[in-house]
Every structure is written in C-alpha cells, then in structure tokens.
Design a protein around this ligand. Structure first.
Ligand SMILES: Nc1ncnc2c1ncn2[C@@H]1O[C@H](COP(=O)(O)OP(=O)(O)O)[C@@H](O)[C@H]1O
Ligand SMILES: [Mg+2]
Length: 457
C-alpha cells in the first residue's frame, strides 16, 4: 500500500499525543488530589489541636474535661464517622474510643502526625497530636473513616478523565482540520493536473501555494514549457512534411486523372483507377495533417481571428460541396441563419468541410444531409445532421481522437476528420456535441460557439 502524506502527518501528531496524554493525565490527577487530601488532613489535625485544649495537667494529675455538646460537635460529620481518644503518658486511655489505642511509639509535644490504620476491619485516617504532660507527652488522637477521601479520589479521577477526553477530542479534530488545510495546496495542484488534457501545457496557476510547493510547481511549469517546445517542433515538422508532400501528391493526382482520360490499354484501366484513388487519398491525408498542424498552433491562430458569420461559412460550403453531393447521390440541404462568431475563417471552413464529408461518406448514397447555422441563447451554432447509421453512444468520445475510426466506418478514411473538428472547436472555445437527430436514426454534430456579450463601455 502507498504511504499517504496525510496518514504520516496524523501518525506523527497523534502517536506523541497518545504518549503525552497519559503522562499529562497522571500529573493532573496528582495535582488536583494532593491539595484536597492535605486540606482534609489539616481539618483532622485542627480538631486534634482544638481537643487538646480540654486537657488540663496539674502536677501529677491529668484531666480531660470536654462537655458532651462539644464532643457531639467534634463527632458530627455528614459523610464520615469520627473517633477521638486521649492517651496519658503511661499509655492509659483517659477519654474517648479505646479502639484508637494502637501502638504508635513516642511523639514529641506539639508534634502532629498523620497515619492510616486498620481498626476493627475499617481503614481510618488518624491525626495524633502530642501535648506536654510532664516528662512524656500525652496524645490526642482524632480519626475518621475514608469516605470523604474516596470521594475526593473519584472526583479527581473524573475531572482528569473528562479534561483529557475533551482535550484529546478537540486536539484530534484540530489536527485533522490542520492537516487537511495544510494539504489543500497539494489537493489543488492535483485537481489542476487531473483536469488537464494532454495538449494543455499552460503554466500552473496556484498563487496561494506555500513556499514548500513552489519548487515543485516551478519544476512542473518548466516541464510543461519543454513539452510545449518539443510539441511545437513536432508540429512544425508535421506541417513541413505535409506541405512538402502536397505538391508531388497533387502532381500524382492530376497525372493519374489525365492518364485515365488518355487512351490506354484496357488491362491497365483498373491499375490506373487504383493509382488515382490512392493519389486522392494521400493528397487528402496530407491536407488533413497540414490542417491539424495548423489547428494545433494556438497562438498563431488566435492572431488571425476576426468576426465571421457562420452563415457565410455555410454558403461557401454549399458552393464547394453541392456538386460532389449530387455525384454521391446525397441530398445536401442548407438552412443558414446569421450566427456571428469570433474565429478563424479558414479553419471554420475546414471544420464544416470535414463534417459534410463525413456525412456524405458515412451516411452514404440516398442519405439526406442538412447544414444549419443559427443563434440560440447566447450561442452561435453550426449543425450538420444526417440520417445515416450514426455513431454508437459508447464510441462518440473516442471518435474525436486522432486516427480513431468507428467500428462501422466506411471508406478509407484515416480517422482524422473529427479530431480536426474537435481541435478547431477547442481553439474557438466551442463545444462539440455528437448526438442523434430529433427524428431518430443518424448523426447530428453541433458546434456551439459562445457569443461574447459586448461590454457597454
Ligand atoms: N456522419 C457520420 N455518420 C456515421 N458515422 C460517422 C459520421 N461521421 C463520423 N463517423 C464515425 O466516426 C469515425 C471518425 O470520423 P473521422 O474522424 O472523420 O474519421 P474517418 O476518416 O473514419 O472519417 C468514423 O470512422 C465513423 O465511424
Ligand atoms: Mg472523416
């Protein structure tokens, strides 16, 4: 599987996050838990210190006088059970719950110690406060169950998990958006390249591409330029070769025609006819190649553009093709209305000639061919319609390619006619539509030229 840049970026961003997130969660958990636990310990310690004020030492005797209400106050807690105990220096319990009398060792006067002890099957948190009682200090012990502390733990855990979850989700979304946004220039580049046809060698236009992409765009543009230069050389060669071929082929055409007219042995007649036919085909092919080479050189053509009426182009074709159509047994008709275009008159004539020629050749004897020019909704249209066999829907795109002939093709064409039509339409910014005529069988070719609305100033 090909590695994807998007995937790699996401892995590089998400994997460290997966490592950092638990560490951050632990730190946050600890940071939110510790102060709360310390606070609870302090409360417990404060109680022990407060209770120690009821301890009275007079000489050898030690008294602990805490009123029942005060003890009640001390023991009141909504969540935990509270215990207290006062221990004399000799280890005797003076007051409170004897269960708290666990062996804890010496404690200094005014020292406060916190410990966890399991007493009667329950874990308690205990604060032990040392009070000066002669030589060895007395001890005030306050203990409570762990419910508050457990709540604090749960609370800290929920807070931590929630904040990590929110942080994780938002940063994942932000990363996805950022990666998508960051890769958008690449996507734009891909889109621009994907819609290109093989003959579109214009420089890429990505003004907002980031500086990292610029070298790639420059390299691609340089490549396009080199390809453009190479194809210009190729076109020039093609045009030259076709041009050079035209003269000897015209001679061959005329001479073979003359030879056919001169008295000649009967046995030679088929040979002369084949020679004449082949000379005609070769001359037509050379002519088509020349037109193709000319249609290709965009810049040169645009310089020769002027306002043309398709109606005039149609009228000229009527002159050129009427007698040929009669000879071929084809009923060629014209419905010509004014249709202005800004274009190259010679190339437009060539375009129409190719369409009429195709209709005569492929629709054949007895066919009806109609040439129309008209304006419809801001477009000038040129249409050639026949009632021949038409072209299968799945072949229509393909027959526009060079040297591509249909599966039902008749005659000895070279598959260049519709490619020439397509090229000439393209340099005029016109659309080519191959469809069937309204009445059914046949082929309708429509070339739609956009009429530019003249600006008002
Ligand atoms: N008027 C038409 N009727 C039916 N098929 C056509 C017509 N025009 C073109 N085609 C089909 O399209 C193919 C390509 O046309 P074109 O490029 O002019 O080449 P060709 O040299 O074969 O005429 C033809 O081979 C033919 O199959
Ligand atoms: Mg043709």
């Amino acid at each position: 599987m090909k590695s994807s840049l998007k995937q790699q970026l996401l892995i590089w961003l998400l994997v460290p996050m997966l490592v950092i997130a638990p560490v951050a969660a632990t730190i946050q958990y600890w940071l939110s838990l510790t102060p709360a636990k310390l606070e609870l310990d302090h409360q417990l310690g404060d109680f022990a210190i407060a209770a120690s004020s009821f301890l009275k030492v007079k000489g050898e005797s030690i008294h602990f006088n805490m009123k029942a209400e005060t003890e009640h106050l001390l023991r009141t807690d909504q969540v935990d059970t509270e215990f207290f105990m006062v221990l004399a220096p000799d280890g005797k319990v003076i007051a409170g719950d004897p269960a708290l009398n666990t062996p804890e060792g010496e404690i200094a006067a005014s020292e406060l110690r916190y410990i966890d002890r399991e007493i009667n099957g329950r874990v308690l948190r205990m604060a032990i406060y040392g009070v000066a009682c002669g030589q060895t200090p007395c001890q005030v012990r306050i203990a409570e169950t762990l419910n508050k502390r457990n709540r604090v733990h749960t609370q800290a855990l929920i807070t931590t998990l929630l904040s990590i979850l929110v942080l994780g989700l938002t940063s994942t979304v932000v990363m996805l958006v950022a990666v998508k946004h960051g890769l958008k220039p690449l996507q734009d580049l891909r889109t621009q390249l994907a819609v290109r046809t093989f003959d579109d060698l214009q420089s890429l236009n990505l003004p907002h591409a980031p500086s990292e992409l610029q070298p790639l765009i420059t390299a691609l543009n340089q490549l396009f330029k080199r390809l453009g230069d190479a194809s210009a050389v190729q076109r020039a060669f093609l045009a030259d070769a076709a041009h050079q071929l035209r003269t000897p082929l015209t001679v061959l055409q005329t001479e073979s025609e003359l030879a056919l007219l001169e008295p000649h042995p009967k046995s030679l007649h088929p040979t002369l006819e084949r020679l004449h036919y082949a000379a005609n085909r070769a001359a037509k092919l050379a002519n088509q190649l020349l037109v193709l080479a000319r249609a290709d050189s965009d810049g040169q053509n645009v310089a020769e553009f002027k306002y043309v009426n398709l109606k005039d182009i149609g009228a000229e074709a009527a002159n050129e093709w009427s007698s040929q159509a009669i000879m071929a047994g084809v009923d060629l008709g014209f419905q010509l209305d004014a249709a202005p275009v800004y274009g190259h008159p010679i190339l437009l004539q060539e375009l129409l000639s190719n369409l009429i020629h195709n209709s005569i050749e492929h629709a054949g004897k007895g066919a009806r061919v109609t040439v129309k020019t008209y304006v419809l909704e801001q477009t000038s249209n040129l249409e050639v319609e026949d009632n021949g066999p038409g072209i299968d829907v799945q072949e229509r795109q393909q027959v526009l390619q060079r040297f591509s002939r249909g599966s039902q093709a008749k005659g000895f064409g070279s598959g260049l006619g519709l490619a020439i039509v397509n090229d000439i339409a393209r340099i005029h910014g016109a659309k080519v539509l191959l469809t069937e005529p309204g009445h059914g069988k046949g082929l309708l070719v429509r070339i739609s030229f956009r009429i530019d609305i003249p600006s008002l100033d």
